[in-house]
Design a protein around this ligand. Structure first.
Ligand code: SF4
Ligand code: SF4
Length: 378
């Protein structure tokens, strides 16, 4: 199983160095967390593309400063929204390609290397004892089902309350679903330039989907969603199974009265953070808002919302390797959420929720959309 090659060279030469990727288009608010934190050209998309050209033409080689600039990016894809040039959809692809070349040339960064070692040994990047099917047994789930709930490592081994909320909602709805013996989807490796192990992970998960006879896979993790729906296509030449985020599935179940929701208006004031891997990477902005619409609560949007959202800073291996930058990015997001007057910041990704909670020094309550829904069950 090999990943198809991409025309990186062609994309590289489409950058006209206009600098639009640094700010929100037509608004001039900050849009690139890494560039605005480091205040240096190489830390913006435009600079990274310039570095990629230098590497391609062999004018530069991977030294420590170049490696740091390449990896200090949460791959939030805001640059892809703000850039108006023809290569805009591929800026993150260019950054990820550059990372893969860096790993090949000088090896992975230490914490990123740890992901690979732990995934090889434990099938998850946290190094926790591998489990999944135990949950199926605990909830008396079948071996085969139409729908698979793909939990993802962060929910399964860290923010287990999101996993448990999702299972509770699926159980109430009585849909035909199960949990397979899943392994890491491969996202931490793909985002950090370590591609060698990914085909094994893809093969394992696809085989388990097939053995369960599943027609669709639903996940509560934005990172797993992007990886299963987008990256797996590149490893399989097309995936014959529907991939959904939980926010696609739940509104329909609520509208069909499969999940009964209270009708009394709540005093909660919520704002919503778009996870980069769900929003900009996959264009899913409406589904979580449609889900929030099904419950009696006021949603107040942040100034930067939907495609212009400020990233939480956790992605692309930044949370592990560049923790200060990563947490500062999350703090800026929480400040922006506080300015709306909301008391609850809701998102739809366990990695965003973990990151935002770790950075939070305010009174803001930070929860996943599945946890929000539990508060409104009849
Ligand atoms: S990446 Fe796009 S927005 Fe940024 S400098 Fe190049 S062409 Fe301009
Ligand atoms: S992906 Fe995000 S952090 Fe990285 S260069 Fe683009 S806007 Fe900046």
């Amino acid at each position: 199983m090999t990943q198809e090659t991409s025309p990186i060279s062609e994309w590289l030469h489409r950058c006209i160095r206009c600098g639009n990727c640094k700010f929100i288009f037509r608004d001039y608010d900050k849009s690139c967390p890494s560039g605005h934190y480091h205040k240096f050209e190489s830390y913006f998309a435009s600079g990274r593309i310039w570095l990629a050209r230098g590497i391609e033409t062999e004018e530069i080689t991977f030294d420590q400063s170049i490696v740091e600039a390449i990896f200090s990016c949460p791959t939030c894809a805001s640059c892809e929204i703000q850039c108006q040039a023809p290569h805009r959809d591929h800026i993150v692809d260019i950054i990820e390609e550059l990372r893969a070349k860096a790993v090949e040339a000088v090896g992975a960064l230490p914490k990123h290397k740890g992901f690979l070692e732990k995934i090889r040994q434990h099938k998850n990047p946290y190094g926790e004892t591998h489990h999944s099917r135990e949950l199926a047994e605990k909830h008396s789930l079948p071996d085969e089902a139409d729908t698979i709930y793909f939990i993802g490592c962060t929910s399964n081994y860290r923010t287990t309350s999101i996993r448990d909320a999702t299972i509770q909602l699926l159980n109430i709805s009585e849909i035909d679903y199960t949990i397979i013996d899943e392994v890491c989807c491969g996202s931490p490796l793909l985002r950090t330039g370590q591609r060698s192990e990914v085909p094994n992970l893809v093969t394992h998960n696809l085989q388990k989907f097939q053995e369960a006879g599943a027609k669709r896979v639903v996940t509560s993790c934005a990172g797993c969603y992007r990886t299963l729906k987008k990256d797996y296509q590149r490893y399989t030449n097309g995936l014959d199974i529907e991939i959904l985020h939980i926010s696609h599935l739940l509104p329909t179940l609520i509208e069909r009265k499969k999940i009964p929701i209270k009708e009394e208006k709540s005093k909660l004031k919520i704002t919503y953070h778009d996870p980069c891997h769900l929003g900009r990477h996959m264009n899913v902005y409406d589904a979580p808002r449609r889900l929030i619409d099904t419950i009696p609560v006021d949603l107040i949007e942040m100034h930067r919302n939907r495609e212009n959202s400020w990233c939480c800073g956790a992605g692309g291996g930044c949370r592990a390797e560049f923790t200060d930058f990563s947490l500062e990015t999350a703090k800026a997001r929480i400040e922006e959420a506080s300015k709306t007057g909301a008391d609850t910041l809701v998102s739809s990704c366990p990695f965003c929720i973990t990151q935002l909670n770790d950075a939070n020094t305010s009174e803001m309550h930070i929860i996943d959309i599945t946890q929000l829904l539990l508060k409104f069950l009849k």
